[in-house]
Write a new protein. Structure first.
Length: 207
C-alpha cells in the first residue's frame, strides 16, 4: 500500500469516527438537556443543565465544527418534545454555538491546557453577553404570547425588587447565570478532557 493510499485510508477512518462521535455526543447532549433543573435565586422558567458539556469536549477533541454540530443535533432531538414551538431550541442552539465555536477555534490555535482554559472561558463570556440580545429579541417575545411581560418581570422582582424592565432583568439575572452555567462546563471539561481525548480520537494523543 502506498503512502498516499495509507493517508487516504486513515483520513477516511478519521472522518467516519468524527461523524460517529459527533452524533453520539449530540445524543448525550440531548439527554442532558432533558435533565434540566431549577436553581435558587432564579425564576422558575430559567433552568440549569449541562448539555453544552459534550459540545465543548467535542469542540476540543474534534474541532469547532463538531462542537456546533453537537449543539445542533441536541436541539433537533429536543424540538420533538418542545413546549416553545422550537423557539427555545433555536435560542439554545445559538447560545451553545456562541460558546463552543470560539472555544474550539482558540484551542485549535493554542493546543495547550492554557489555550483550552482561555478558549473555554472566552466562549462562556461570549455566550453570556449574547444571551441578552438573543433572549430580548427572540426568547421573551415568544414567552409573552403565553404570559404578560409584567408577570414575567414580576417573577424577577420577587427575587430582586430593584430590577425594572426586561433588559435590566436580563442583565442582572440571565447574563451572569449563563456565564456561570458555561463555567461549570469549563471546569468539568478541564478536569476530564485529557482522559477522554484518546478515547474520542481513537489515538494515544492526550493533547
Amino acid at each position: 500500500m502506498t503512502t498516499q493510499t495509507q493517508t487516504a485510508t486513515q483520513g477516511s477512518r478519521m472522518n467516519v469516527r468524527t461523524i460517529t462521535m459527533t452524533a453520539m455526543f449530540g445524543a448525550i447532549s440531548a439527554i442532558l438537556m432533558m435533565f434540566s433543573f431549577n436553581v435558587p435565586l432564579m425564576p422558575s422558567f430559567i433552568k440549569m443543565d449541562l448539555s453544552e458539556l459534550p459540545a465543548l469536549i467535542g469542540a476540543f477533541s474534534m474541532g469547532p465544527v463538531s462542537g456546533v454540530a453537537i449543539c445542533f443535533i441536541k436541539n433537533v432531538i429536543n424540538v420533538f418534545a418542545t413546549t416553545t414551538g422550537g423557539v427555545g431550541e433555536l435560542c439554545n442552539f445559538l447560545l451553545g454555538a456562541a460558546f463552543v465555536l470560539p472555544a474550539g477555534l482558540i484551542y485549535k490555535k493554542m493546543k495547550t491546557r492554557k489555550g483550552a482554559i482561555i478558549g473555554a472561558v472566552s466562549g462562556a463570556a461570549i455566550m453570556a453577553i449574547l444571551s441578552v440580545p438573543i433572549n430580548f429579541f427572540i426568547t421573551y417575545p415568544m414567552y409573552t404570547k403565553f404570559l404578560p411581560l409584567d408577570k414575567i418581570i414580576g417573577m424577577y422582582q420577587a427575587i430582586n425588587p430593584g430590577v425594572d424592565g426586561l433588559l435590566n432583568c436580563l442583565l442582572m439575572f440571565n447574563m451572569p447565570f449563563t456565564f456561570i452555567k458555561g463555567l461549570i462546563s469549563v471546569i468539568i471539561t478541564v478536569l476530564v478532557y485529557k482522559r477522554l481525548s484518546p478515547i474520542i480520537k481513537g489515538t494515544g494523543n492526550t493533547r
